[in-house]
Design a protein. Sequence first.
Length: 298
Amino acid sequence: MKNHTIMLADPASEMSRVLNNQPELIIVNDNPPSICCYKWPHGPLHEIISPLDQHVIIAHYGNMQRVERTTDNKVSKNVIRNGAITTIPLGSSSYWDVYNPVDVIHFYLPNSILNTLAQQVDVSEVELKLHTGLYDIVTSKIIVLISELLVDNNKINQLLCEHLLLVLMVQLIKNHSAANIFIEQSNGGLSPRALKYSIEKLDSSPVGDVSIKSLSEELGLSSAHFCRAFKSSTGVTPYSWLKQRVIERASLQLELSEKPIFDIALESGYSSQNAFTLAFRKLTGISPGQWRDKKKHR
């Protein structure tokens, strides 16, 4: 059986071929770390991007529009907008359908620099994920700011860029990589950082909007391991925490608004008012309607 070596393309050359135009602005940092930014507005795109020899991070800052990406025969339909980030890991190849003109900044990052920066934030190795149009306004603003600073590459701006690259690294690790930066506590619970992340996610989600599987994967843990560690830290399971917070938010809406109970039930993630009423009664001992009446007549 023959071994086939995949030839990796230079990002700038491959993008010029695929986009069939040249970047509006090229910004190259000649001082270490060597990085390249390209302000690259382009028209509609229906083309395969070949495997690249660097990581590509794309910051979108144009109008909202639909984009489709086909990778390994799987179609991902996304919406890009101002503040969204697309990450194309080194060696990744996909077919892209972009239906309208877009305004973007391309940021090319060699793997050696990625891992050097990762070590400075105590992560041994980073594996970037393939993301399309993931809303990440912080990463987007960092990339735009780095590109603006590099236009006038004096010593002060160079120093600022070095610091911003570390901030960018943390954002990429947190939102766009498979690196496990959430280390488990020795007592079997989650680390403070992992616990804070989990609680923020659960506290802002309706029932059914966040799965234990997806949340545990984001933390680099199995579902069973995550549930045990979360309960060790909080005393309750993640799902129990989620239901309690959802009912707490719903009870406030019942008390402070005239919104119909049916609407509150749907916003809370329940498929019917009956299911919501059962969950509400289980936690409070009374129905949503009784809760509203009780608070009105205090």
